[in-house]
Design a binder for this molecule. Structure first.
Ligand code: NAP
Length: 366
């Protein structure tokens, strides 16, 4: 079988323990497509927390886990198809698609590993040319009213949000069937997945609120009809007490019906205390730490349901794309697009919390 060579921002394995990875621009060579694979040209990508987790080699060192010296990361973006393998039926040459990041899936279609991240032998969009399995692509609806940059932002965070919301809301309803959406209060800590999920909850008629630390994000939340809770207004030591008082005030003392917590360790205890009886805490992420402590008796007594999901099944991706186009459930248009050359700088700014947008977009071949 032949090979394909392309320019890429490549992550290398660690030479010393706990060494952070730098992305290195170099020629990357990969095996040519197999019958079920597709060769594509990535146009835009969206910077995702997992790309930073990969560079930080935490919680896992993906080069070591994959037993590969080099990895090209990046599992959110828009690509145009250049060549398809002989057995490919779902997509065709010339079509524009979003990347669907399911790398290795179980017999029900749920992801075990993610492409361009921990799935061995896969590559991401930080390359001028890349290959994927046909089931890692979803066609962008013809005549879409949204930009390719918006679709790039949609591809991972919105599909994760769609799949997590479905389980969380069904769990809430399993104990609270008679409670209509307008009496269901959905709250979230910051982040792009949370924003997408609250925008979905709003469309259903739920009351939504989001924790935030930045005036521009607060403006975006207002425009999206989501109440903002400015976390900078709460005192350092008394953060928990003051935050819980604010939640009690906003919910008439009842607490939050569904709390989206993709932050993890430093806030999880607060999340649980903010929940209503029969409340659901739901997560697909661990931005600031994956280990949490749970007082099981209290969670049982309060009948709290804990939901954990990881990305989505292919059919959920198709449903999410269809719904997005019909209902204009989309990330906001990008104010800024980083160039190919600026990618390492974008990573640095994101790591330092200096990017305001929930969806940092970069151009690859656009
Ligand atoms: N499993 C999956 O399918 C999946 C898919 C996508 C993402 N994820 C994971 O989900 C997590 C969140 O991802 P994301 O893309 O939504 O996040 P993100 O867009 O990178 O945003 C993180 C947010 O964290 C908030 N934040 C930072 N420090 C905080 C603190 N000390 N307390 C409270 N909030 C704080 C910030 O909001 P403010 O400063 O405005 O409050 C920021 O907007 C990541 O770990 C990611 O890897 C998982």
């Amino acid at each position: 079988m032949g090979t394909v060579s392309t320019e890429a921002w490549v992550l290398h394995g660690a030479t010393r323990p706990r060494e952070q990875a730098q992305l290195i621009r170099e020629t990357y060579t990969f095996p040519d497509i197999t019958p079920n694979e597709v060769l594509v040209k990535p146009l835009y990508g969206c910077l995702e927390a997992n790309m930073l987790h990969a560079c930080q080699r935490a919680p896992v060192d993906i080069c070591r886990e994959r037993n590969e010296d080099t990895v090209v990361v990046g599992n959110a973006g828009v690509v145009v198809i250049e060549r398809v393998g002989s057995a490919v039926t779902r997509v065709h040459e010339g079509e524009t698609c979003i990347v669907f990041g399911n790398g290795v899936w179980d017999e029900q279609g749920y992801p075990i590993k993610i492409m361009g991240y921990d799935a061995p032998g896969t590559m991401g969009v930080l390359a001028k040319s890349m290959k994927l399995h046909e089931q890692q692509l979803i066609r962008i609806p013809a005549g879409t009213s949204h930009s390719l940059q918006q679709w790039a932002a949609f591809s991972l965070r919105y599909i994760s949000a769609w799949a997590n919301w479905r389980v969380a809301y069904e769990c809430w309803q399993s104990q609270m069937r008679g409670v209509p959406p307008e009496q269901t209060i959905v709250c979230a800590w910051g982040g792009g997945v949370s924003f997408a999920q609250l925008a979905l909850a709003s469309r259903l008629g739920c009351r939504t609120m989001m924790v935030c630390s930045n005036p521009e994000r607060m403006k975006l939340l207002r425009q999206a009809g989501i109440e903002s809770i400015d976390r900078t207004q709460f005192g350092g030591d008394d953060f928990e007490t003051e935050f819980l008082e604010a939640i009690a005030q906003r919910t008439d003392g009842k607490g939050v019906s569904i709390f989206i917590d993709n932050i993890g360790t430093p806030v999880h205890q607060i999340t649980l205390k903010a929940l209503a009886r029969q409340g659901v805490v739901t997560t697909c992420g661990w931005k600031l730490g994956m280990r949490t402590h749970v007082a099981r008796a209290i969670e049982c007594l309060n009948r709290h349901i804990h939901v954990h999901t990881h990305y989505a099944r292919y059919e959920e991706g198709l449903d999410a794309v269809r719904f997005a186009e019909e209902q204009a459930w989309m990330p906001p248009p990008a104010d800024e697009v980083w160039t190919w050359d600026e990618i390492p700088a974008m990573f640095r700014e994101y790591a330092e919390g200096r990017i305001t947008s929930y969806f940092p977009i970069f151009a690859i071949n656009a």
